[in-house]
Every structure is written in structure tokens, then in C-alpha cells.
Design a protein around this ligand. Structure first.
Ligand code: TNX
Length: 487
């Protein structure tokens, strides 16, 4: 039977027979023992930054890689090879060679619309890294909350973090929380990409800096969303707890804007060791075109001056971004020509793209009409099949692997209030994003919906064992593995 590996490796050869794993326990305990006892070479020349070879035979396990990250990914595959029959745990004997298609493989969590604790974030890190994702993007600020302590501006969290969407409890990360998140990410070979969203999505910033943020612009979008989901219209000076977007804007003409942006981006750049800082740039519907271009150019220049590579949502492709900046596409699989144009403009000026097509890997979309939470704006509900059956090179005409830095699944949290909800919306669709980011193009061996569906179904027991409260989508035949039914 095809091993239940997700994402599917570059090549898998089953060599016959099995390695029995002695003793009871859990898959992770079995994997830890096998990894400890494996024969390993982590300075082989030929495996690249993240690739590896993994061999399992009757005698044990051999891991080869050129880096510690490669060995880490070999261990994730090793754990996924573990299967179970009436005699206990075993691994099929196999020769595996593997390396990622894309360098950047991300998951985003919006902690602004609903605050999610550092421990929720840390558990997501471990689970995402097991799928070979290597970037955690934290959307730290939005209209509903400012979620990261800035030492030089304590007023940002003092005034801006008290609530969440729907009037739910707020919160923010202290610098210690950020340190714990960063350390957990490093242990899992992940970077943290902090996002401070400007010039729109800044209502919470305006609670402590009313001089820097314009009064809310009440457009059709906010009125329509308020009518549909309830809550009050945004008011200057009051926390916003609704679901509207696009009403807030930094003021380009305010004297203190640049100094505040320098302080904030400087601190978040220093808190996170990864190479990227995200400056948002999406849905600035209340900002004039000239002000938008000026503010995005300013923020991206400030980020570049911290030594980091700026990342911004695709709208920012219309502004002058520093060389080598990254734009993150959040349009549809059949993109609006204006969205595609902005991505192509950024790429033609030397930028790279992270793909987050909303009707495929926005993890906050409902699975189907009966989903108790989630949104539907991205082409209606997103089934597991739709989250899987697309290829990064087919989204935007003219954008191919050489322009694509990677793929990122995004979890917006207007309707997602706690850890169980995060898990149910992410799993299993986050596995689709992981396979799009890591594995060969759609149509390569095992890279089709039928194979993925079967492999994910057989990951169910391991996910249960790991305590993941996944959505048992009826699109998938979940392997029940009776020994774990009690979990
Ligand atoms: C669009 S995608 C947004 C977010 C919302 C999300 C909800 C993007 C860059 N902006 O502000 O939370 O839709 O799905």
C-alpha cells in the first residue's frame, strides 16, 4: 500500500519487507527512538538546503542530508512511515529521496481579529513543521486589535488590544511570548514572519495615536458586512469588533507617521531572526491612490533599512517596492486581471511571489454550507478537493516556478475564536497547501486528488494521536485505527 506520506516526496521506492518497531507507545515515541538510533550523515554534499535521503531496511534507518534542516525533514518522513497492524507498529522498507519544490512554505495565523495565545501558536508550529512547512506568518495588527508589545510604544497594546471580533476577549504577546514563539519555530526549522499591516487595517493603532489615523471611511463594503454579520459601524476612538474591512487608513500627511513606523518595524525586525517582515498593504479602500503609494513605499523602505526583505499583499505591486521585495497574492485561482497585473508588475521589477489563492488555501473559508464557522467570499465554500487540485504554476499567466518564492495557507480569524476552531479549519486543508509547496507539480506521480485523499485518510490515526481536532470531512475515508478511538 502507498505509504501515508504528506507532502509526497520526490521519489519513494518500496524495497520489500518491513522494519518492526518494538514496544508499545505512540508513533512519536517510536519515531524518536528510531531517529535516535538512525545512522546519519548530515554533511553529505548533494542534498541542498532542505533535502535528504532516508533508507529503511530490516536493520534500521539511515538518514543523509547536507544540513540539519534536511535531517529534520527526514525525521518527519520517518514518523509518517510508521504504520500499525495487529502485531504493533512497523515501517515499510523504503528508499526515499526528497527535496522541496519551493523555498518558502508558510502558514499564516491572524491573531488580530481573534487573539490566539502563544501556546496555540506553538502547537501550530509543531504540526505545520510535521508537514514540512517552514514559515509562520503572524498577522499581528488589524482594525480589531494590536497584538504585539512594542517596548518604545506601550500605548499601542495598552489601548489597542482589549477586545476581539464579536466583543470576545483580546490580548497581546509580550516580548517573552514572542521569544517563546521564535524559539519554538527555530526548533522546528521555521522562520517567523511578523506582519504589521499598514496603511489600512489600522483602526486599533488609531486608539492610541488618533493623530496618525484618519476617521473611519464608511463605504459600501463596511455597511454591507455590518448588515450581514451584525456589530456596530466603526467609530473613531472606540475599539472595533465587527467584520468590516477597508475603512481605516494611516494619514500620509501626519508628522509622526514615519517615526512611529520606524520604531515599530525596527522592534519587530529585531524580535524575529528570519529574513522577512510583512507590511500588509491590503484592502486600503479608505486611502487615496497617491497616499497609498507613498505610505507603502515609506513602510517598505523602512523595512528594507532594518536589513529585512519586505513582504506585502499583492496590492502593493502598484507601489515602488525595494528590489527583491516579495508580494503575496491573495486573489482567486482564476484571478481578477487587476490582481494579476499587480503581481506581474512587482515581478517585472525583480520581486518574487508567495501564492495564497483565496479559493484554495484560505483556511477560514467554510468547507461546505453546513460548516458552523468560516466565510464564503472566496467563491463559496472551499472543499478539501478544491484546496488540493491546483498547481502554483497555473494560477497567474506568466508566473512560473522561477518567480514563485513559495506558497502560504492563510487563516483569518473573524469567525475563528479558539484553538479547536483553528485546528478544525486548518486540518486537513493545510496539508493541501503543504503538498503544493513541497511536492512535484500536480500530475506527477501521486500528485493527484485520489492519491492525496487516500494518504490523508490514513494520517487520521496519527493526527488523533497527536491531539489534532481535525475536521473529519466526508470527502475523505478516514482510517479509524481502532486502538486510537478512545482519543
Ligand atoms: C481578506 S486577504 C483579507 C482579510 C480578511 C480575509 C477574510 C487579505 C489580504 N485581506 O482582511 O480577514 O479576507 O477571509
Amino acid at each position: 500500500m502507498t505509504p501515508a506520506l504528506v507532502p509526497w516526496p520526490t521519489s519513494v521506492t518500496l524495497t520489500g519487507g518491513a522494519l518492526r518497531a518494538e514496544g508499545a507507545g505512540t508513533r512519536s515515541a517510536v519515531a524518536a527512538t528510531l531517529a535516535r538510533d538512525a545512522s546519519r550523515d548530515t554533511s553529505a554534499a548533494e542534498y541542498g538546503a532542505e533535502g535528504y535521503a532516508l533508507r529503511v531496511d530490516g536493520d534500521g534507518v539511515v538518514i543523509e542530508s547536507s544540513t540539519a534542516a534536511g535531517a529534520f525533514y527526514a525525521e518527519q518522513t520517518l514518523e509518517q512511515l510508521i504504520d500499525r497492524d495487529d502485531d504493533g507498529f512497523f515501517l515499510p522498507c523504503a528508499d526515499i529521496r526528497d527535496e522541496p519544490r519551493f523555498a518558502y512554505r508558510g502558514v499564516m495565523l491572524d491573531v488580530a481579529r481573534h487573539f490566539h495565545s502563544a501556546s496555540t501558536v506553538i502547537s501550530l508550529i509543531g504540526r505545520a513543521a510535521a508537514l514540512k512547512l517552514n514559515a509562520l506568518h503572524l498577522h499581528l495588527t488589524d482594525d480589531q486589535g494590536w497584538r504585539v508589545e512594542i517596548a518604545s510604544h506601550p500605548e499601542l497594546t495598552e489601548r489597542g488590544s482589549s477586545s476581539s471580533t464579536g466583543g470576545d476577549p483580546g490580548g497581546f504577546y509580550t516580548r517573552d511570548d514572542v521569544r517563546l514563539i521564535v524559539e519554538a519555530a527555530e526548533r522546528h526549522h521555521m522562520i517567523v514572519v511578523p506582519e504589521i499591516d499598514v496603511p489600512g487595517h489600522t483602526h486599533a493603532l488609531g486608539l492610541s495615536h488618533p493623530d496618525l489615523v484618519a476617521d473611519p471611511v464608511i463605504g459600501e463594503e463596511v455597511v454591507a458586512v455590518t448588515a450581514e454579520y451584525g456589530g456596530e459601524l466603526p467609530r473613531a476612538g472606540a475599539p472595533y469588533t465587527g467584520l468590516g474591512v477597508g475603512f481605516s487608513s494611516l494619514r500620509a500627511d501626519a508628522a509622526g507617521t514615519e517615526a512611529l513606523l520606524r520604531d515599530v518595524f525596527g522592534e519587530v525586525a529585531a524580535m524575529t531572526p528570519g529574513p522577512y517582515v510583512h507590511l500588509g498593504g491590503d484592502e486600503a479602500l479608505g486611502t487615496s491612490t497617491d497616499d497609498y503609494r507613498a505610505l507603502v513605499a515609506l513602510a517598505s523602505r523602512i523595512v528594507a533599512e532594518t536589513g529585512k526583505t519586505p513582504v506585502a499583499w499583492h496590492e502593493a505591486g502598484d507601489a515602488d517596492l525595494p528590489d527583491g521585495s516579495v508580494v503575496q497574492f491573495w486573489g482567486l485561482l482564476d484571478p481578477d486581471p487587476e490582481h494579476a497585473r499587480r503581481v506581474i508588475r512587482a515581478v517585472s521589477r525583480g520581486g518574487q511571489v508567495v501564492l495564497s489563492p483565496a479559493d484554495a488555501i484560505y483556511l477560514d473559508m467554510k468547507y461546505d454550507a453546513s460548516s458552523p464557522m468560516g466565510l464564503t467570499w472566496a467563491n463559496g465554500p472551499t472543499s478539501v478537493e478544491r484546496s488540493y487540485a491546483w498547481d502554483p504554476a497555473d494560477v497567474i499567466a506568466g508566473i512560473t516556478d522561477e518567480h514563485i518564492l513559495g506558497v502560504e495557507a492563510a487563516m483569518w480569524t473573524e469567525t475563528i475564536a479558539d484553538a479547536a476552531a483553528v485546528e478544525a479549519m486548518a486540518f486537513p486543508r493545510i496539508a493541501s497547501a503543504a503538498e503544493a509547496a513541497w511536492s512535484r507539480p500536480l500530475g506527477s506521480p501521486q500528485r493527484d486528488w485520489a492519491s492525496f485523499r487516500a494518504r490523508v485518510g490514513r494520517r487520521g490515526p496519527a493526527w488523533r494521536e497527536a491531539g489534532i481536532r481535525f475536521h473529519a470531512s466526508p470527502e475523505i475515508d478516514w482510517d479509524q485505527d481502532s486502538s486510537y478511538n478512545q482519543l
